[in-house]
Design a protein around this ligand. Sequence first.
Ligand SMILES: [Zn+2]
Length: 325
Amino acid sequence: MDGFAPLTHGYGPQDFRAASHGAGLTRRRLASSIGCRGVGLHSGLTISLTLKPAPLGSGIVFHRSDLGLDIPARHDLVVETRLCTQIGLPDNRAARVGTIEHIMAALAAAGIDDARIELDGPEVPILDGSAAPFLFLIDCAGTVEHYAPRAAIEVLRRVRVEDSHGAWAELSPNPEPAFDATVSIDFGETAIGRQSLSLRISVESFRRELADARTFTLAEDVARLRAAGLAQGGSLANAVVVDGPMILNPGGLRRPDEFVRHKMLDVVGDLALAGAPLLGRFTGHRSGHALNNQLLLALLRDSRNWRSTGGAALVEVEREKLVAA
Ligand SMILES: [Zn+2]
């Protein structure tokens, strides 16, 4: 226990919903622990994962139980962005956790502020390649709201990053206190083709529109990845594999535009490394983990680009209201 009693009355469901997207006076965490076992996409190792409640204010922290080390889920600890997002401690090459983006997206979308994620290996299990199994675990564990300040990061100025191949991503101010995303992809003449999607991200929209979209790869890349020691755990059970105009998975796609939906899921997970909900507009064209992380670094490195809203300031307002009453 950390001295904070669960919030059982005083706020209605509407307040909880509002608080789950932005700043507020409630923080949400898991009500109980829950675990699973699964293969790591790149390592091929079978890894045990346990999601646990964490002290209020601790944020999301990964714990490598095999190494006895904590690795906080922070944008400035990202060490690798090829194929997945990997975080690690400086000066310790072993202290890393990979493929964190799908569980980060599920936690962010479920409005979980504080959680401990224990792993006995170097990677979050890929499960079915989407965020749906992680949402299922969170649902089974249950969540609890506590009276505690929750800040949000409001985007004040447009920030843009791009690479040398025409891919780009930007964050800009949003007149409404929400996070809106527009993502487009272009895979030429393959079964993926050109797809785009715009969505206001909320608990409900993430669950309905994005959570079950699986990660994907091109068949021509699979052999190359395997030779490079990557994708050792990859299979048709945890990724959509595209070979030119064909989908190789016997069951086909879950949705016709599953690819762009998964890209948006990745954006939600990668930007969750800001450590607080973002209020702004994301627009990306062919962006991936690398640009998503560069964008967050560019936003947060200049204090004129953003401000922290809510949180402690709201506590003061509430205090004054109580005194006045
Ligand atoms: Zn992904």
